[in-house]
Write a protein that binds this ligand. Structure first.
Ligand SMILES: Cc1cc2nc3c(=O)[nH]c(=O)nc-3n(C[C@H](O)[C@H](O)[C@H](O)COP(=O)(O)OP(=O)(O)OC[C@H]3O[C@@H](n4cnc5c(N)ncnc54)[C@H](O)[C@@H]3O)c2cc1C
Length: 485
């Protein structure tokens, strides 16, 4: 989908050895789709000794998997509190642990030894668009105590030291979350899977499957394949092999741009080194290549050329960091993510030997890794933990109406986030003005020699009492000389 691959070479993009399936083949496992999900299943299953064939309709990482920011965090697109509400604390905890294992799987793969040049760096900051200190404290407690996840709460001042903007208030810092080169990782995954013995065929769309027998049949335009297991990892583009499955995903296209080099001033304004995302899911960015900003923002529920969104990305950057001025976007890319109605990925066995791994939404790095590992281990070892995902069934995403509704909800979400942010900043300015007014009043009182003693920090000073003379105006004035008379 990307028009420019400045940081991914032809070789890395898998364009050099594209092999199409042109002969009939037998395998233990056939994976449909060479994105993050399909390639993780292939890698893990091949490592465990299975014969694996991956069939990819275009090329490796063609869609979202090869056009993303590479931020890796624990958790799911569904907020943790909603997850607990839906399935209870115990199961939520188990799913969260699996999601952390998914992140660790990525970390182990992206090490300098096995995937050189992935640029792995630690630390992700989630910032709040509104002043939500209380919510932050309970979130930190829950993550630390109930979900065994290392997090730090950042006060507004600390956030604003790291990011020069008044748009963000508190922050939650995840020291163990990390980022890799998102556009390269999927190609590294393909290289590892090949090394483990998996065969990957590109330009090989699957046009139909017959999953009724023990040996299942997979049909492509130029050859057939027989396998004991089929893994559907085609995301929103799966199409003919399982139209009903495709209809359970709401496609959401996301776009990101990279600025021209911005020089030293960038580090004065964006001092934080890792990925930053806001809690409303509107912006997601980080510094790349030393002094460029990679920024993900707009989304649509229809396919569009990413280039159309360069202006929107520039405007977002200027809104959040006005001091950066009018930046130039030199590289722009995007891809379609599949969103489920319940916000959780689709992972599991649909019928004997037919598996699904899709619906990873905007948080696909750790969740697709988790799904790939779990499915491979279930096929080869009988690991049944995927059943934890059973409460999240395949739900129809509403077809064309669902897309329109999705776009409206997206626009509404962004608008209400902007409004809540504006209100929070207004309140903050009002508080600052209040403090200034009180300080001026106290100063005036001090000058009149009548001011109250300074109030301890955090205690609002009471207004100064009126001067004594005025209070006592109605009382008899007692003159000392007369008393002594
Ligand atoms: C701009 C952007 C930024 C993002 N940033 C992040 C991030 O920082 N962190 C994060 O965790 N997630 C991020 N994501 C989300 C993440 O990229 C996705 O969740 C993930 O890539 C989905 O992987 P997938 O394998 O399910 O799907 P895909 O990448 O869509 O792969 C599916 C593949 O299947 C193939 N296919 C489909 N049907 C067939 C068929 N019938 N026959 C053969 N092949 C078929 C397709 O051609 C495609 O290559 C981002 C997404 C975008 C768009």
């Amino acid at each position: 989908m990307s028009e420019t691959f400045t940081s991914v070479s032809q070789e890395e993009a898998g364009l050099r050895d594209r092999v199409r399936l042109s002969f009939d083949l037998d395998a233990d496992i056939c994976v449909i789709g060479a994105g993050l999900a399909g390639l993780t299943v292939a890698l893990e299953a091949a490592r465990l000794g299975a014969s694996v064939a991956v069939l990819e309709g275009r090329h490796i990482g063609w869609n979202a998997s090869g056009n993303q920011l590479g931020t890796v965090m624990p958790g799911f697109a569904l907020p943790l509190t909603d997850l607990i509400e839906r399935i209870g604390l115990e199961d939520a905890r188990e799913l969260w642990t699996l999601s952390k294992q998914g992140a660790e799987f990525v970390r182990a793969n992206a090490s300098e030894e096995s995937m050189p040049g992935m640029g792995l760096s630690d630390g992700v900051l989630e910032v709040s668009n509104v002043d939500a200190g209380d919510r932050l404290i309970s979130q930190l407690q829950m993550l630390n105590e109930d979900f065994d996840t290392e997090v730090e709460g950042w006060q507004v001042d600390r956030v604003r030291e790291a990011l020069k903007t008044d748009h963000y208030f508190h922050g939650v810092y995840y020291p163990k979350a990390f980022q890799v080169d998102g556009r390269k990782y999927v190609h590294g995954l393909a290289a590892l899977a090949r090394r483990a013995g998996a065969r990957i065929f590109e330009d090989t769309p699957v046009v139909s499957i017959d999953h009724s027998g023990i040996r299942k049949r997979i049909v492509t335009p130029s050859a057939r394949l027989r396998a004991s297991h089929i893994v559907l990892a085609g995301n929103i583009h799966l199409g003919a092999p399982s139209k009903r499955l495709s209809e359970t995903l709401l496609p959401v296209w996301r776009y990101a741009g990279v600025t021209a080099p911005l020089g030293e001033r960038l580090h004065e304004i964006v001092a934080f080194k890792g990925s930053v995302m806001d809690s409303d899911g509107v912006d997601h960015f980080r510094v790349v290549d030393g002094d460029r900003l990679m920024w993900e923002s707009p989304e649509t529920t229809w396919a569009a050329r990413p280039q159309r969104f360069a202006g929107a990305i520039k405007r977002r950057i200027r809104t959040i960091f006005p001091e950066l001025g009018n930046v130039e976007i030199t590289d722009i890319f995007g891809g379609a993510t599949g969103q489920t109605v319940h916000g959780m990925p689709q992972i599991g066995q649909l019928r004997k030997g037919l598996w699904v791994a899709s619906g990873f939404g905007r948080q696909g790095m750790n969740t697709s890794a988790m799904a790939g590992q779990m499915i491979a281990r279930s096929i080869l070892w009988g690991d049944e933990r995927w059943k934890l995902f059973s409460p999240f069934e395949l739900v129809w995403a509403g077809g064309a109406t669902g897309r329109v509704a999705g776009q409206v909800v997206g626009i509404w979400g962004r608008a209400s986030s902007a409004a809540a942010g504006a209100l929070a900043r207004y309140r903050e300015r009002a508080r600052v003005k209040d403090r200034q007014r009180e300080a001026r009043l106290a100063e005036a009182n001090r000058a009149a020699g009548t001011g109250p003693r300074r109030a301890p920090p955090g205690v609002r000073p009471r207004p100064a009492p009126p001067p004594k003379a005025a209070v006592g105006a109605a009382e008899p004035v007692v003159h000392e000389d007369r008393v002594s008379q």
